[in-house]
Design a protein around this ligand. Structure first.
Ligand code: BT5
Length: 309
């Protein structure tokens, strides 16, 4: 009701149409606000949904998310790459759960220093982690992708899927990407920076229109970014706990259930070669298993996947 009306909707109208008391309306509105919806409350006029508020006032929402990780956000109207800002904070000792979020990035990046285009209206953020061990860190990429896909599914009912290793897809096009960087020495992790980019309400530049999409494009209306962010953080928190407690298999199983890559003919482009075959499985450490035309089984640790059909 709020999203289909331009202005305020009165508490009495909401309570009459929903068949619940005014007190229940009030409680539900406060729950929506906690979930990241920006709703203005006017003592006489009622409630108004602000379509996509800016992200500068996030910390009041992050305070009591009930997650194991404690999140704290630094908001920047513009920056080079949130990865770089987060890294310098990590080097200064910033705690696990520190987030750097930008309205737009001038030097956003993907893997292998590729460009990530990040204009206003999207969700671009980096999060500092300090996991206590080095084992299975590759799973952080997979668990982040699963968290983004799960958030989009639960928040908007859209069928987000995953492409190995780090793409989130909607209708076969890229809606989000994950970049995991970090500093690790022998057996200790100094920090990990998880970068997450989701096209929410940002306009896609012409060169991406064939291959990329946004939540706005898929939904037909603008989506509240704070809502998307909070959903991602909650989903991430739950799965990061799985990783820390040795339950990586659950992450991989969930990833497989959302995968668009498995059982497809794929071409894998790695640093030194191209491998063509069928994507058979993802192993417990996140490695992709491919069966080539010659019947050979290959384990792929890193690379780009092209879905052939
Ligand atoms: C990724 O790399 O998909 C990781 C993207 C991570 C972005 C986040 S945003 C917050 C944080 N700060 C940063 O500076 N980065 C992280 P990769 O798999 O290498 O894909 C890169 C490719 O995606 C590019 O070569 C383009 O083809 C395409 N691309 C660029 N911008 C895009 C966009 N906005 N939406 C969809 N595709 C895009």
């Amino acid at each position: 009701m709020l999203s289909s009306s331009e202005g305020y909707v009165s508490g009495s109208k909401l309570s009459a149409e929903l068949g619940v008391s005014r007190a229940t309306v009030n409680r539900l509105i406060r729950e929506l606000i906690k979930d990241g919806y920006h709703i203005e409350i006017h003592p006489k006029l009622g409630y108004r949904l602000v379509e996509d508020a800016d992200l500068s006032a996030l910390n009041s929402l992050l305070k009591d998310l009930g997650t194991s990780l404690r999140f704290y956000a630094h908001f920047l109207p513009v920056c080079s790459s949130t990865q770089d800002v987060a890294e310098s904070l990590a080097l200064q000792g910033a705690e696990e759960g520190t987030i750097v979020i930008a309205e737009k990035m001038e030097q956003g990046r993907g893997r292998l220093r590729r460009r990530w285009l990040a204009s206003e209206g999207g969700l671009w953020f980096s999060m500092i982690l300090r996991p206590p061990f080095v084992k299975n860190l590759q799973l952080i990429t997979l668990l982040t992708g699963v968290s983004v896909a799960a958030s989009i599914r639960k928040s908007f009912g859209l069928e987000a899927r995953l492409k190995w290793p780090n793409d989130v897809l909607l209708n076969g096009k890229k809606v989000g990407g994950v970049l995991v960087e970090g500093k690790i020495e022998s057996d200790s992790v100094h920090y990990i920076i998880v970068g997450i980019g989701v096209n929410v309400n940002n306009e896609l530049p012409p060169e991406l229109r064939e291959t990329a999409t946004s939540i706005h494009e898929a939904l037909g209306v603008k989506a509240p970014r704070a809502r998307v962010l909070i959903a991602i953080l909650k989903e991430f928190d739950a799965r990061y706990s799985l990783l820390l407690t040795g339950k990586g298999k659950e992450i991989v199983d969930e990833w497989k259930g959302l995968s668009e890559t498995l059982n497809k003919r794929v071409m894998i482009i790695t640093e030194n070669e191209r491998v063509e075959g069928v994507a058979l499985d993802v192993l417990e450490d996140g490695t992709l298993l491919v069966k080539t035309g010659e019947g050979e089984l290959r384990e792929i640790y890193a690379g780009d996947v092209v879905h052939l059909r």
